[in-house]
Design a protein around this ligand. Structure first.
Ligand SMILES: N[C@@H](CCC(=O)N[C@@H](CS)C(=O)NCC(=O)O)C(=O)O
Ligand SMILES: [Fe+2]
Length: 359
């Protein structure tokens, strides 16, 4: 079986986990439960790992955040997959119990696990080494059953018949954890889940769930209608705006980057800040014409010397110190900031002009 590429991703706002799975050979990938606000981050990781996103998969219609499915489809052409029982619109594939979602030589099996909502599903990896339980089984807990089409009896049966029946070593990955826990297993949840494990019966579970006393999710009135449209915004004002002042790339490290050729092309409008030390600026690598020298150590104090109405590109030897410079500048309130990818080394390697320095 081809090696699995696997990443667990977190959205701190809603405490949601998204899961990226790919076949390491063909690079075909699926992303379970993407979050709208994290689409740019997720896209950066997909690009950096050189994956081909085939589909985004929802475990259910979420009540606490909007899915990133539509945004990722717009960028990658990925299919949107959601359960048929969810009633959601705008998907390319409507999943039913027993379906398989293939990526390269691997696949996920779809299991209907209603209870938190009517349309909840769990995705089980082909070799039963992992399952993605959505808001059905949580780590030492479970999703709530008091809104959408929640039903505690249904949830009990889903967990017992479809999830805890998997091999004890099967790792379970939930859609949320509110304490920062990341993974559990069938064996330990069978024994230690305080709502659903051990000898706990269906009516014990129903009694537990009737007394959770949780407030409704803050975003439920926004999230549910948006997710019923698979995350398509009602109008363009909610779309994440990409910087328009130059062609930039967002990295999974969280930095906007500009390539040397693009900086050369747009140099007229841009203030270039060289954050190396003076001896480096005047040393063998030389510097870019009109680059203003402000060593990284004094950048925070001297940020006032930079114009607020022109985009800034930070430059150093390799692109490391300037990445930190771009973070400091953003912290100082500059919004149009990017890092020169690869620094002076790449700039020179690409044969672009320098002042000073040695050939
Ligand atoms: N405070 C959170 C509540 C989130 C919430 O209710 N999450 C649902 C899943 S959509 C749940 O089942 N939570 C279980 C729990 O909080 O124990 C919010 O406002 O978003
Ligand atoms: Fe949920």
């Amino acid at each position: 079986m081809p090696m699995l590429v696997f990443r667990q991703l977190f959205d701190p706002q809603s405490s949601t986990y998204s899961y990226l799975l790919a076949d390491g050979r063909s690079r075909e990938a699926v992303l379970i439960d993407p979050v709208f606000e994290q689409a740019r981050r997720d896209a950066a990781l997909i690009a950096e790992l050189e994956l081909k996103l085939l589909a985004t998969l929802e475990t259910h219609v979420h009540a606490d955040h909007v899915t990133g499915a539509w945004l990722l489809k717009r960028q990658f052409g990925s299919a949107i997959a959601v359960s048929k029982a969810s009633g959601a619109d705008g998907a390319d594939r409507y999943l039913e119990h027993g379906n398989r979602v293939a990526f390269g030589g691997r696949y996920l099996e779809v299991r209907a696990t209603p209870g938190h909502t009517h349309g909840c599903v769990t995705y089980v990896l082909d070799d039963e080494s992992m399952a993605f339980t959505g808001d059905c089984l949580l780590i030492r807990g479970s999703g709530r059953t008091d809104f959408q089409q929640g039903d505690a009896r249904e949830m009990y049966r889903s967990v017992r018949s479809q999830i805890l029946s998997l091999p004890p070593s099967c790792l379970l990955y939930p859609a949320h954890d509110y304490r920062g826990l990341t993974v559990t297993s069938v064996g330990e949840e069978r024994r230690y889940n305080p709502r659903l494990g051990g000898e706990i019966g269906e009516s014990d579970f129903v009694g537990y769930m009737s007394n959770l006393g949780l407030p409704h999710p803050k975003l439920i009135d926004i999230a549910v209608p948006a997710n019923m449209r698979s995350g398509q915004p009602k109008n363009d004002t909610t779309l994440p705006a990409d910087p328009g002042w130059a062609p930039l790339t967002f990295t999974f490290a969280g930095i906007w980057e500009i390539q040397p050729a693009a900086l050369e092309e747009h140099a007229e409008r841009i203030q270039i800040v060289d954050v190396r030390e003076a001896d480096e600026y005047n040393g063998s690598l030389g510097h870019i014409r009109d680059a203003k020298l402000i060593p990284l150590g004094s950048l925070a104090a001297r940020a006032g010397e930079l114009a607020r109405d022109r985009p800034i590109v930070a430059v150093c030897r390799s692109g490391a110190r300037s990445a930190q410079a771009s973070v400091l500048l953003q912290r100082a309130g500059f919004t149009e900031v990017a890092n020169l990818a690869g620094g002076m080394l790449r700039w020179r390697a690409e044969g672009l002009p320098v002042e000073g320095g040695r050939a």
